[in-house]
Design a binder for this molecule. Structure first.
Ligand code: NAD
Ligand code: IPM
Ligand code: MN
Length: 352
């Protein structure tokens, strides 16, 4: 049976970059990749018109009938509460238990590495971000909003099950790649995060060949700038993984290039959510300037998830090639708009 993917272009630059990713998918389909596309018009426009975010029946239907979801971005200045974005994005991550947010960071050209004396091979790592717990559990309270006595509280939740399964996914990957694993936390200031160190130590016995290091997140943030080459696999809680992903994206040429996969790796064939790391970039929306490569590379991760590893590699090679030729957008040293950059990408892809 032909697998189906759902596509949520979303807000801001989402439709522009996803539009280019879908044109790349058309190319792949011409080359024999068999997939049906189901576009869902979710996002701020729909929310503002009807109050609809992501109806539960629809989300369940996507879960039942789709192999994967491609998302552009959600978030719109007209919806300051971010309610729709929360329901759509965090809704899929948590209700489908996509506990591993896998964010590969690979510099595709020397020129894209902003660090003195570093080259592309020095920035090549994968972040395993816990994707269902931590400070994203949404449990918090406010007292006396707007008064002098105002108190805003939030809690963070780390369960043994949640920490262990994320660390196992990171260990499995480090083992497979024959690379060391760095786990990061802030347990010196936030004792509850000590669970991450304890579970890490327990799991070491199962992965004797994987060198392991635990680093406080402030120290890791500095070392990523000074010696990015020391890091190949990073495991982090939800919030730290979010922050480090943008930092590392900047080390590899910027947010416009960075892809991600939200997975439930314990179950092969489980639905996955694929999205660029960047947001809806309202400053760029509608101007034909957004870089489509983050969305296109996320499509690459998606087709790999569907079993098309060679096509995924072709997408990475084509991305390297357009960047080498500077047939890309301004944020990564080119002079093309979104549409022309997408066209250049497809031409290179066809020739590979
Ligand atoms: P952002 O990632 O949208 O933008 C940060 C910076 O990166 C901006 O300067 C932007 O111009 C630049 N940038 C982002 N994508 C780019 C691209 N493809 N090409 C070139 N430059 C690009 O982050 P933000 O400004 O903090 O957030 C804007 C909105 O997006 C907010 O509502 C936020 O909540 C939302 N957001 C959504 C997602 C998601 O849906 N996955 C992710 C992050 C942020
Ligand atoms: C991301 C985004 C989201 C997150 C926001 C939009 C809730 O920054 O996917 O990295 O914090 O996870
Ligand atoms: Mn983020």
């Amino acid at each position: 049976m032909t697998p189906r993917i759902a596509v949520i272009a979303g807000d801001g630059i989402g439709p522009e970059v996803v539009g280019q990713a879908l044109l790349v998918l058309d190319e792949l389909r011409r080359g024999g990749v068999d997939v049906d596309v189901w576009e869902l018009p979710l996002g701020a426009d729909l929310y503002l018109k009807s109050g609809t975010t992501f109806p539960l029946e629809l989300r369940d239907e996507v879960r039942r009938t789709c192999a994967a979801v491609l998302l552009g971005a959600v978030g719109d200045p007209r919806v300051p509460s971010g309610e729709h974005a929360h329901d759509i994005l965090l809704g899929m991550r948590t209700s489908w238990d996509l506990y591993a947010n896998v964010r590969p960071v690979r510099a595709l050209h020397d020129r894209l590495v902003p660090l003195k004396g570093k080259a592309r091979g020095d920035v090549d790592l994968v972040i395993y971000r816990e994707n269902t717990e931590g400070q994203y559990v949404g449990a918090g309270r406010e007292h006396g909003r707007g008064t002098a006595a105002e108190i805003a509280m939030s809690r963070e939740v780390h369960t043994r099950r949640g920490v262990e399964r994320l660390l196992r996914a990171a260990f499995d990957f480090a083992h497979q790649q024959n690379q060391p694993l760095v786990m990061t936390d802030k347990s010196n200031a936030i004792p509850a995060q000590g669970i991450w160190r304890r579970v890490l130590q327990e799991l070491r016995a199962d992965y004797p060949s994987v060198p392991v290091e635990a680093l406080y997140v402030d120290a890791l943030a500095a070392r990523l700038i000074e010696q990015p080459e020391r890091h190949r696999v990073i495991a982090a809680n939800n919030l730290f993984g979010d922050i480090l992903a943008d930092q590392c994206a900047a080390l590899a040429g910027g947010l416009g290039l960075a892809p991600s996969a939200n997975l439930h790796p314990a179950v092969p064939g489980h639905i996955g959510l694929f999205e660029p790391v960047h947001g809806s970039a309202p400053d760029l929306a509608g101007r034909d300037v957004a870089n489509p490569l983050g969305a296109i590379r996320s499509l690459g991760l998606l087709v790999e998830h569907l079993g098309h590893a060679a096509e995924a590699q072709r997408i990475e090679r084509a991305a390297e090639e357009v960047l080498a030729r500077k047939e890309c957008t301004r944020d990564v040293g080119g002079s093309l708009g979104t549409i022309a950059a997408g066209r250049a990408f497809r031409e290179v892809l066809r020739a590979l």
